[in-house]
Design a protein around this ligand. Structure first.
Ligand code: NAP
Length: 324
């Protein structure tokens, strides 16, 4: 088998593609021949040693994979050899073969190709938890998505639209925002060029029910000011590199709440909840209300190129690594 390895923390260039030994199967684990691996912003931070999860080198990055089960632990009954599955892990996904807990391994939604399933769990799982579990978004409510052009953002646009909310997609590039319109966004705002609150005023949108924030920094502070009475602000990430201090008075004045979401940890603590969420997402997929797609596919051995592409903000939505 082959693995992409971090021998010391640093930029994507530190990654090495090496032949490694096959891992032993634990009782409650499955062994998977990996077809493809999803690439996530968090991988860049993990490689730098600057993510919540801080494995010591040597390790492999990677939070999600798709593939075929080739081995079963003694206590596994819910999967069988040959099943096509997708799986999530705290790190270690950039491999051609992997051993993962059975409870973090899920059936692939019917008719979803393996190459799409590799990039599905983290982005769609996170966006679904943010909108449904945390924000409890209702039909007709207004959702503002900060970082709508990224992997989680595009998924959030689609899911919010599938739930019949009014979607305002915010990002830093006009061409990328056009893709958000094709994904169903009602309005787009380029927050790099325009001031968020001025643009909302021009659109005659006075207040926002739900904010899903992947960006942080000044964008968060601007969006908090626009919350409606009983508004919900969901903190998902800080792609701007700036962790904001949300002013408590703004929440108090609107009877609003700010909720943090750490989906990767939630998925490990509550795998049954996540399984239910994936079944709900499968329903949306079958009805073609969500249409996950990959923006670009790289080979596993070119993982550093893929991460540099993400770092340069060239992606619209998801990037995956294909093993062969
Ligand atoms: N809490 C959780 O459980 C969880 C789960 C998944 C992801 N996340 C976090 O969510 C964030 C987005 O993840 P992703 O996978 O969607 O990443 P991604 O695909 O790389 O997208 C990043 C998004 O951030 C924007 N962006 C990048 N750098 C920026 C900057 N310096 N200033 C402003 N905007 C910037 C990009 O938009 P433009 O280029 O259009 O500006 C893009 O919309 C990351 O911080 C990630 O760690 C958190």
């Amino acid at each position: 088998m082959y693995s992409v390895i971090v021998n010391k923390y640093g930029d994507p260039d530190v990654l090495k593609y090496e032949k490694t030994n096959s891992e032993k199967i634990e009782d409650k684990s499955v062994k998977i021949k990996v077809h493809s691996c999803g690439v996530n912003f968090a991988d860049i931070l993990t490689i730098k040693g600057r993510y919540q999860e801080r494995p010591r080198p040597p390790f492999s990055p990677g939070l999600e994979i798709s593939g075929e089960i080739i081995g079963l632990g003694k206590s596994v009954s819910e999967h069988k050899i040959g099943d096509s599955v997708m799986s999530i892990m705290k790190y270690g996904g950039y491999k051609s073969e992997i051993v993962v807990p059975s409870e973090n391994t899920y059936k692939i939604p019917s008719n979803m190709p393996l190459i799409i399933a590799a990039g599905f769990p983290v982005t769609y799982g996170t966006a679904y938890s943010a909108l449904v579990t945390c924000a409890k978004v209702k039909k007709g409510e207004t959702c503002l998505i900060l970082g709508a052009t990224g992997g989680v953002g595009v998924a959030a646009v689609e899911i919010a639209k599938a739930l019949d909310s009014k979607v305002i997609a915010c990002g830093g590039s006009n061409s990328k925002l056009q893709s958000c319109i094709s994904k169903g966004a009602d309005y787009v705002i380029n927050y790099k060029e325009k001031i968020l609150r001025n643009e909302l005023a021009k659109l005659k949108i006075k207040e926002i029910d739900v904010v899903i924030d992947m960006i942080g920094g000044q964008y968060t502070l601007d969006a908090v000011k626009s919350l409606k009475w009983n508004g919900r602000f969901i903190v998902v990430g800080f792609a701007s590199g700036n962790i904001p201090n949300i002013p408590a008075n703004r929440l108090l004045l609107k009877n609003a709440c700010a909720i943090g979401l750490y989906w990767g940890e939630l998925a490990y603590r509550e795998p049954k909840t996540i399984k239910k969420d994936f079944l709900k997402l499968e329903e949306l997929y079958k009805k073609k209300l969500i249409k996950p797609m990959n923006h670009k596919i790289f080979k596993l051995e070119n993982a550093s190129e893929a991460l540099k592409y993400l770092l340069e903000r060239k992606n619209i939505g998801k990037i995956v690594l294909r093993v062969n």
